[in-house]
Write a protein that binds this ligand. Structure first.
Ligand code: GRF
Length: 201
């Protein structure tokens, strides 16, 4: 089984979907570690899912130095023998040293059809406010010096329907995330997806 490390900051609904897929046997992966940049509900999801390594690693513990924190996170993930890192609502930019240590092995889920509404933690709200006819979900690699701009593995459009409230749209986008992210992680495991430039399998 592929060993997954999941990085979180928020509610943990994508983590929940990954854990459910793993338990249900549709994802050939074990969640070996869940790390967060702060205490958050997602860590409770991890504890409830009996993940072996669950840690909040707030900047304060590292003298406010994000590179030290990211190095410690990478150390934790390596100690847990993680093969693939899945960011699931993680709201910090990982530094270049971290990204280099896991080159081609860090994925992210973003709630828009990138490049539209990239670089923002409020992509669903922005798409709703812009009045677009569709938005969607993107699964992409995290690559050095990019924000929401790494090689795309999968995208799925989500329609905005007349009369939708923001909550209606957000629920529809999240439902697609919860299906598409585990499915794309499985596709990565099976080698059925694009690889970022310069990274061998
Ligand atoms: C998701 O919409 C994800 O795409 C975005 O942040 C949200 C995280 O939600 N990056 P959750 O913590 O997985 O519930």
């Amino acid at each position: 089984l592929t060993r997954l490390g999941v990085l979180v900051s928020g509610r943990g609904s994508n983590l929940e979907a990954i854990l459910a897929a793993s338990r249900g046997g549709v994802l050939d992966a074990d969640v070996a570690a869940v790390l967060a940049n702060r205490e958050c509900p997602a860590l409770e999801v991890a504890r409830g899912g009996a993940v072996a390594v669950v840690r909040a690693m707030p900047l304060g513990e590292f003298g406010g130095d994000a590179s030290r924190r990211d190095a410690a996170m990478a150390d934790q993930l390596e100690a847990a023998a993680v093969d693939l890192v899945a960011c699931a609502g993680y709201d910090r930019i990982l530094d270049e040293a971290f990204v280099a240590r896991f080159a081609g092995r860090i994925l992210n889920v973003h709630p828009s059809l990138l490049p539209a509404f990239g670089g923002s933690m409020t992509a669903i709200e922005e798409a709703f406010a812009a009045g677009v006819g569709e938005t969607g979900v993107t699964i992409h690699y995290i690559e050095p010096s990019t924000v929401d701009a790494g090689t795309i593995l999968a995208q799925e459009p989500v329609p905005v329907r007349p009369g939708d409230s923001l909550e209606d749209l957000a629920a529809r986008v999240h439902a697609v995330e919860h299906r598409l992210y585990p499915a794309t992680i499985q596709a990565w495991i099976e080698g059925r997806v694009a690889r970022p430039q310069g990274v061998a399998r």
